[in-house]
Design a binder for this molecule. Structure first.
Ligand code: PPS
Length: 327
């Protein structure tokens, strides 16, 4: 068995029998010889079908399609739907989608592809830990299940239920310049207001008058300033950027060592550092290195290595929002 093959087995918690098994989808994977310059990701791709195994799923290297392994293989690997052990809980417009998409390539994590909104929904919360698990993707016993929902940070009603259900949950927030964040939120919500059926009313929570809420007018200035120049501090556009206030609230429930606060400009300029910090925080084996990222000149952002992971760049929605901001 090659060095890389061994590493893969360690990462996935699979046994060598899984590879030799008739049912194993990894049966035909070619493992290159040991080469220190090789990325750990290289060897899991089946060169014929362009798929690779990631935990309990097969993923398409080109289109990023995810397919659950066959049932018998799942049970052999100990794959189960488990509640999250870590949550990317903030902040909205901080780069959380990119963070999630990139992190999802780490063999040691299983990330929910969509925002579950479990903790922010009183209906879902009533379903308890089992209900939470049932919405999560399958994970190996060795993988850390993760959800990303940046809105949790400002929704204090999420905190107690989470503490009760997952008392040692690890919490990651990626923070951007508070003003840039508010502008980005404004551009996003203006787009939603102009394109979504139901318009701006959908942005308002039911009891908007009792809590900070969104007011999105035709310009950013109009949205956040009164005509006399004072700030509409109750406007969620601004309130969300009060990171200290929200962090303090969460830290009343979880110990400091359970938090990782990242700087979103690191994600833009030094993603290796960002992801290595996450690995250390979550106790994951090293996976991210300079080989995994490449800088996309057109987009002005780092992407995950394009040969294997074409999809792991900005998606069109984020592009569109960015363009509308420049206009
Ligand atoms: N690779 C990379 N590196 C750093 N930053 C990136 C990257 N990709 C996207 N972005 C920026 O992330 C902004 C969207 O943040 P979120 O994904 O947290 O938005 S959301 O809350 O989920 O709607 C969004 O900000 P705006 O451009 O202001 O919309 C993106 O520009």
């Amino acid at each position: 068995m090659s060095y890389l093959e061994n590493q893969f087995l360690e990462f996935t918690g699979s046994s060598s029998e899984d590879f030799d098994s008739e049912f194993s989808p990894t049966k035909n994977v070619t493992f290159p010889e040991q080469n220190t310059n090789q990325k750990l990701t290289d060897f899991v791709v089946n060169k014929t079908t362009n798929v690779f195994q990631h935990g309990c799923y097969m993923r398409g290297a080109i289109k990023g399609i995810k397919k659950l392994l066959p049932v018998d293989v799942l049970s052999g690997l100990g794959c189960k739907q488990r509640p999250p052990e870590a949550i990317v809980f903030g902040v909205k417009k901080g780069g959380t989608t990119t963070l999630k998409e990139f992190l999802a390539f780490h063999p040691g994590v299983s990330v929910a592809p969509k925002e579950l909104k479990f903790l922010s929904s009183s209906f879902l919360r009533k379903q308890g830990l089992e209900g939470y698990a049932s919405l999560m993707p399958y994970s190996l016993p060795t993988q850390i299940p993760i959800e990303k929902k940046p809105g949790y940070m400002v929704r204090y009603r999420c905190i107690e239920p989470l503490k009760e259900m997952v008392p040692n949950c690890k919490l990651i927030a990626i923070l951007s310049d508070p003003v840039k964040r508010a502008v980005s939120d404004f551009v996003h919500l203006s787009w939603v207001r102009d394109h979504r059926e139901g318009g701006a009313s959908e942005l308002l929570p039911k009891h908007a008058h009792q809590m900070p809420h969104y007011e999105v007018k035709s310009t950013f200035e109009e949205s956040v300033f009164y005509p006399n120049g004072s700030l509409k501090t109750w406007n969620t556009l601004l309130d969300t950027s009060l990171y200290y206030k929200h962090a303090k609230m969460w830290m009343g429930y979880f110990p400091p060592e359970n938090f990782l606060f990242l700087d979103s400009s690191d994600l833009v300029y030094n993603p290796v550092r960002t992801f290595q910090e996450i690995e250390e925080f979550l106790g994951l084996p090293p996976f991210f290195s300079e080989h995994v990222f490449h800088f996309n000149e057109t987009k002005g952002f780092y992407c995950v290595c394009a040969i294997l992971f074409i999809r792991a760049c900005l998606h069109p929605k984020a592009d569109r929002i960015q363009l509308s901001m420049i206009e």
